[in-house]
Design a protein around this ligand. Structure first.
Ligand SMILES: [Ca+2]
Ligand SMILES: [Ca+2]
Length: 570
């Protein structure tokens, strides 16, 4: 490893935990589509022999602008998964330095290193054996600009549902665990900061060096930089409780918070958006990749009810989000049941959502303005936008015990993370894709006046009432004195087959348990298996008949109409 970590407490044990995550994720990452994505072709052709490494276009853009680039070097997974051995092999592949700049080996399962270098260094790395891809070490900004009621959370609270037992990770600028609004909510803390040694990026973790910290106090809010209150505000929207009338409660006031500080202090005006706003907070890809793997291990070991990871941060996407450098970590978390909830951005684009929200397995959340009952102009929209949630003038906690009203998609995303904690308490483990589907089905459609895109606004009471069976009638055919219908049905509360009832012209005509094999349905709804098909023949008299199929409910919800079809019976 590069620099020695500086844990706040329990350093050695926590360090071993971080090492263990490398091994576990390596197995999973190899099986994930994102791990071997084939991105765009090289933009910096090396002199002489052709390179085998892919150089992302963003690398050349940074070289053209600055003469140098902060790189993440992705190496061949064949370098092995044993952390200590892998670091040595990374160094033997690309050296301790490139063109005089030091190489930092990242603490991630896929072998990665960071280095800041020039065009010559990029060419040498692209030519080096074992180097698979060169990507910019991107910068993500916090996304700023009595909202629980707008998502119908109080209806659930009145039924005793508060998110109790559920854990939400908040990857942000730190959380004030001593704030009365968050008293007792923060159950663990970690910090990843410093950008993998990017020059000019100062690590903000407590302790010397500021690179890593773990345990109580590790994710204390940063100080001395604008937006250090951001993470405390976001955590309050997820799980705050007992506040003033203007902010009486977060969405899931019984849920727990896993606070993860991922921001660094940066002084480059180009990164911060101008000299007037320096220094600023930046979250680097390198730190997010390490944080994702720490959360993945926590989910598999100590935090089995970690249901969501909130990312109220981002920047414009590079274009191809299926090859996004952060995708393997987000895919891995989603695959073990952690919904990764990300804000789409506040720069007003209505054509392309930001990264990491644009990564398909992330749940991308835009902002809704309760006062205008519409989508605010700043809220980034485009293909991949999954949900809307309140994000204008949201009052929540800030460090030191106070409260402030802030706007942004940063405020919308934690409404969804809290909603998933409430769903998790009611329903038990729900695959993130199914949680999203339920929130979308139960949501209220809202059309953005800027691009006419219609997106569901989270409505929790409707969503819970909507945990009813759903499916499809694929075939309905009349025969001599009979009707045959086939299709599939799932109740979101169980992977087991559920019943279907068939009615002809409003009269009960037959029943079946929908347990037939439908591999296509199993693929479409991961975690629910393939056994949801039905194929029924019921008696019917001649003429044109209305045939209706109902799914029989399990757990929350009610019996639901799947579909009706008109058929001609001979
Ligand atoms: Ca998505
Ligand atoms: Ca149900």
């Amino acid at each position: 490893m590069g620099r020695a970590p500086e844990p706040v407490t329990g350093g050695a044990a926590l360090r071993r935990s971080l090492v263990l995550v490398c091994t576990i994720v390596a197995v999973l990452s190899g099986a994930l589509p994102g791990a071997s994505a084939a991105p765009a072709a090289s933009a910096v052709p090396p002199p002489g022999e052709p390179s085998t490494a892919i150089v992302e276009p963003g690398v050349e853009a940074e070289l053209a602008a600055d003469g140098q680039v902060d790189l993440i070097v992705e190496l061949d997974p064949g370098l092995g998964t044993d952390p200590a051995g892998r670091a040595a092999r990374v160094r033997s592949a690309i050296g301790d330095e490139v063109s005089g700049a030091p190489v930092e080996v990242l603490d991630t399962a896929l072998p990665r290193a960071t280095v800041t270098t020039d065009a010559d260094g990029v060419r040498r790395l692209a030519d080096a054996e074992g180097v698979r891809r060169l990507v910019p070490n991107r910068r993500h900004r916090p996304l700023l600009t009595t909202s629980a009621a707008a998502v119908q959370a109080p209806t659930l609270w009145s039924g005793g549902v508060t998110g109790a037992g559920q854990v939400v990770a908040v990857l942000d600028s730190g959380v004030d665990a001593t704030h009365p609004f968050l008293a007792g909510r923060v159950v663990d803390e970690a910090c990843f900061s410093g950008g993998g040694g990017v020059p000019g990026a100062q690590g903000l973790c407590p302790g010397p060096g500021g690179r890593w910290a773990f345990g109580p106090g590790a994710a204390a809010p940063c100080t001395g930089v604008a937006m250090c209150e951001h993470g405390t505000h976001v955590a309050g929207i997820v799980a705050g409780a007992g506040g003033p009338a203007s902010a009486a409660s977060g969405v899931a006031p019984g849920a727990s918070i896993l606070a993860v500080q991922v921001f660094s202090r940066v002084t480059d005006p180009d990164d911060c958006g101008g000299p007037a706003v320096t220094p600023c907070l930046i979250a680097f890809d390198a730190d997010l990749l390490e944080a994702f793997e720490w959360l993945y291990l926590a989910r598999l070991t100590s935090r089995p009810t970690l249901v969501a990871a909130n990312l109220s941060l981002g920047g414009p996407s590079l274009g191809d989000c299926s090859a996004d450098p952060l995708r393997p970590g987000i895919d891995a978390l989603s695959a073990v049941g952690v919904a990764v909830v990300a804000a789409t951005g506040n720069w007003g684009s209505k054509t392309r959502i930001g990264s990491p929200a644009c990564i398909p397995s992330a749940i991308a959340v835009g902002a809704y303005d309760e006062s205008t009952r519409s989508v605010p102009s700043f809220s980034v929209s485009g293909p991949g936008l999954d949900l809307l949630a309140p994000g204008v003038a949201i009052t929540s906690s800030v460090p030191g015990g106070g409260f402030r009203s802030i706007s942004g998609t940063s405020m919308a995303a934690p409404h969804v993370s809290g909603a998933i904690a409430l769903l998790g308490e009611v329903r038990g483990p729900l695959p993130p894709g199914m949680a999203l589907l339920q929130l979308q089905r139960g949501g209220r459609p809202v059309t953005d006046p800027a691009d006419r895109r219609t997106t569901p606004l989270v409505q929790l009471a409707t969503t819970l009432a909507g945990l009813t069976p759903f499916g499809s009638v694929d075939v309905a055919r009349g025969g001599p004195g009979s009707v045959s219908v086939s299709g599939w049905v799932i109740d979101p509360d169980t992977a087991a087959p559920v019943g279907v009832h068939v009615y002809v012209d409003g009269r009960f005509a037959g029943a079946q348990t929908a347990g037939g094999s439908r591999p296509d349905v199993g693929v479409a709804y991961p975690g629910y298996g393939a056994g949801h098909g039905f194929s029924v023949v019921v008696p019917a008299v001649g003429g044109t008949r209305q045939v209706c199929v109902y799914g029989i409910n399990t757990g929350p919800g009610v019996n639901a109409l799947v579909a009706c079809r008109s058929v001609v019976v001979r």
